[in-house]
Ligand binder design. Sequence first.
Ligand code: GTP
Ligand code: MG
Length: 153
Amino acid sequence: DERTFVMAKPDAVQRGLIGEIIQRLEERGLKLVGAKFMQIDEELAHEHYGEHEGKPFFEGLVEFITSGPVMAMVWEGADATRQVRQMMGETDPADAQPGTIRGDLGLDLGHNVIHGSDHEDEGANEREIDLFFDDEELVDYERADAVWVYEDE
Ligand code: GTP
Ligand code: MG
């Protein structure tokens, strides 16, 4: 199954929303295969958000993402990257539908609670997983309920 990179951003950690985010992904049937509570340094921030370098919001974005701890995670499941992006909602929480993570938990573009790999950027999930995790930090196992989540398990 596909793996994707997900991160509870510093605002989510400070607001006590790590559990809420994990719960939503868990209940959907996605499988947590890696997690790391950490603080992102300047260098990692520049690598992770390299595609936005030079944009007017870039400095603020780096400042925010390095401003406090984050919960970096890898989640696995059928079509996981696209499914997580759907669950996150639009980048700007003001435009995100109710029922999505950003639409339910955020109000501000700069503090939008969660990051997930872009499914429209081919290979972004693998690149981001490699950037944050060593292979041995990811765990292979079966969720006991997989036969109930998937028809063909
Ligand atoms: P990420 O999961 O964080 O990558 O969000 P995204 O993929 O939905 O959006 P994108 O990669 O385009 O932008 C990265 C982050 O930069 C967003 O999550 C926003 O917090 C921030 N951002 C994007 N566009 C703007 C903008 O126009 N102004 C400001 N202030 N922040 C922005
Ligand atoms: Mg992005």
